[in-house]
Write a protein that binds this ligand. Structure first.
Ligand SMILES: C[S@@+](CC[C@H](N)C(=O)[O-])C[C@H]1O[C@@H](n2cnc3c(N)ncnc32)[C@H](O)[C@@H]1O
Length: 301
């Protein structure tokens, strides 16, 4: 079919069909403020597919042959804005209090595995920030408690017997590839101070590559938060600036899933413009120095 020269009309009914399909597939909800964005992306995809009606495009998306196109559409609809050390106050709360408490609690239980999931990780700045801060917190904890008199050099990134895993997931394959690559421009490094640059990055030309030892801690994988098959047994979950694109019903469902994906006493950290208030009574809010997090409430048996 030839590529149409003028924009194809999108009827109300077609819009509703496509909106419902996107919602059903990934939970993203396009309200009146965001329908313009949705329309623009749909027009773009229609042109790429060289189709002449949105109904044919819808038919393609729901067919077996249309699975790749559906992934492409969802990628075009996601907002991937992110940065290292995003929301400094919250990162401080995570570093100074949540990690400290988690490390102590785990040590008491002789469980040395810490798992922190970055759900909706975009191009990797969030999970790598989590990994850097966790490595620092563990090194500091070891220094303070002097648990091992081990003077070996070079020191491992995660001092034994600690084990840290940062699963990082997204619905967008392009951002997952970028995260896996772990190479960032000077602009993307703006919020990374020199002590972090020196310890956790190698300079490659005019860009910065995440060091191998840090990369080994972060595992990128595709996960659609709309589904039930999500990483389990997390001590902490970061899901920031993702829920804001979902409607209230989907937010409630996601919070329930996060509750189940967390270990007892675990923490959930959401974005600056997001909140759990009024959506659940399964978490209690923790607030310190402008940083906010939510801790899982345990019910007595
Ligand atoms: C604005 S970015 C936030 C990145 C990072 N969490 C931060 O706060 O800097 C939102 C990310 O959520 C992802 N996303 C949106 N819907 C999703 C879904 N249903 N499942 C998994 N990831 C999703 C997008 O692809 C995008 O990379």
């Amino acid at each position: 079919m030839s590529s149409p020269a003028v924009a194809v009309q999108l009827s109300e009914a077609e819009m509703r069909l496509l909106q419902a399909l996107v919602y059903q597939e990934c939970g993203m909800y396009f309200d009146a403020r965001r329908t313009h964005f949705l329309q623009d992306r749909l027009q773009r995809r229609l042109r790429e597919c060289r189709l002449d009606s949105f109904y044919s495009y819808y038919r393609l998306l729901i067919s077996d042959e249309g699975r790749d196109e559906l992934s492409r559409l969802l990628e075009d609809l996601t907002v991937n804005e992110t940065s290292f050390f995003r929301n400094k106050a919250q990162m401080n709360l995570f570093h100074k209090h949540i990690l400290d408490e988690t490390i102590r609690r785990k040590e008491q239980g002789r469980d040395y595995q810490i798992r922190i999931w970055s759900a909706g990780c975009s191009t990797g700045q969030e999970p790598y920030t989590i990994a850097m801060l966790t490595a620092d917190a563990l090194a500091y904890h070891q220094l303070r408690s002097n648990a091992s008199g081990d003077a070996s050099w070079p020191k491992p990134l995660i001092p034994p017997p600690g084990r840290v895993e940062v699963p990082a997931s997204d619905i967008n394959y392009s951002v997952l590839r970028a995260g896996q690559e772990g190479i960032y421009s000077e602009n993307q490094m703006a919020s990374v101070d020199y002590s972090y640059r020196l310890r956790y990055f190698d300079k490659v030309g005019d860009r910065y590559a995440i060091k191998k030892s840090l990369k080994e801690v972060v595992h990128f994988d595709f996960h659609n938060l709309k589904t039930e098959f999500l990483p389990q047994r997390n001590d902490i979950i970061f899901c920031r600036n993702v829920m804001m694109y979902f409607d209230e019903a989907e937010q409630r469902r996601l919070i329930e899933k996060f509750y189940r994906c967390l270990m007892p006493g675990g923490y959930l950290l959401v974005g600056h413009a997001e909140s759990l208030l009024g959506l659940t009574d399964r978490f209690t809010m923790v607030y310190r120095d402008n940083g906010t997090a939510y801790q899982r409430i345990e019910v007595e048996p």
